[in-house]
Design a binder for this molecule. Sequence first.
Ligand code: DMJ
Length: 471
Amino acid sequence: MKRLVLLGLALGLTACSHPSGRPSSHASTPSVPTRPVHAVAGLKTDTAFAREVKDAFRHAWHGYVRYAWGHDRLKPVSETYHDWYSSPLLMTPMDAYGTMRIMGLTQEADSDKALILGHLSFDHDMMVQVFEVNIRLLGGLLAAYQRDHDPRWLALAKDLGNRLMPAFKSPTGMPYVRVNLATGATADADNNPAEIGTLRLEFGLLSRITGDPRYADAARRADEAVFQRRSKIGLVGTIIDVDNGKWLNPASHVGGRIDSYYEYLLKSWLLFGDAQDHRMWTSSVDSLNKYVADSTSTGLWYGVVDMNTGKRTATTFGALQAYLPAVLALSGEMGRAESLMNSVYSMWTRYGIEPEAFDYETGKILDPGYDLRPEALESAYYLFVLTGNERYRDMGRDIFHRIVKATRVANGFTRLTDIRTQKKGDGMPSFFLAETLKYAYLLADPGALDFDKVIFNTEAHPLRPVATSSR
Ligand code: DMJ
């Protein structure tokens, strides 16, 4: 059934349905493709929940304004800030901006916008991590431009895109991990599928908006270079050398360093409507479901296997892997998405807060930190809007309450170094404002953003389809 639906979509057929998502009757076109599943109409707002999330956001933002204004990240416990590089790139303001607009926090958003447009500059002689800067800043700038239509956002996006482009100048076309924003010098050939493949949405959209194909072409070549080097059984490994294309670590999984590679294969197809993306996604997810998925007595998980043999090498799962129910649901694989969401929620309730990593066979915690991560809330949100089933909103509300209870401090929210003792660290990542609180808010008030009109980048910046001819 799934294959028929997807084939129909690829061929541009007009009607499809899914038992959980409402039927789609939109025509498929290359530039604004039809989606496999659609949001359930008329979902009600949970006003009390929405108010709580907004209050949490204001609390986090006020901590940033007071102690970290103009810098990358708040350290709420020591009441100071952290910058990623020698000059701040306004990670938190850029990540927070779209969430403020969705929540209707106009005053905060206006002052945030003034800060960014007045101070954000990429003209710095410093090495930056291409992936991190892309998902936070290029994604955030493009989403802001598509929302506000203010050309200053686009000018910054173009400038950043141009400065990141030298990263792709490797013999294989796969980008280096880091690039110097001023000189174009590159560093670190040992890259991974996530950092290589999580550029397509932003670079593709930059090309669609500017009419300059160079960005999309470079990111697509990089994606294809990873896909072409998949093993005979269709899996990718954890680390690859972008100079010679050789795999340096054959562990295959859906966690950090691979996670958003899969996410972007699907989303590139949905945003750009290209049949080749669709082929890469379907063949990749088939291999994932065949080899990496693990049906156990405690439910469905996705563990670790050798990319060449498919032999299971570890039964590790954790906070980062929790994005997968969202991606499976968006692709129309609702059964698997719902089973995996049950496992994700069991991980939260078992330990009170999810661990960064644990062994789903033995229950042993492998990494006890909690970094204010959003993935479980992201998946609860997708499942709620695509099924209309309140149990997913209940899960999300419970997760949100657990986060607030354990991580709220006087001047914001902070990561935990150990979920067993709830020992607090000292850092509020920018994605807490971009993703964690945005997905919590959208669970509470799903009408605040039309799910069917956007594709969220991996930092939860909502991107919109643009016709090829548009300038
Ligand atoms: C975010 O920066 C993105 O969601 C990325 O894909 C994974 N890590 C963090 C959130 O956990």
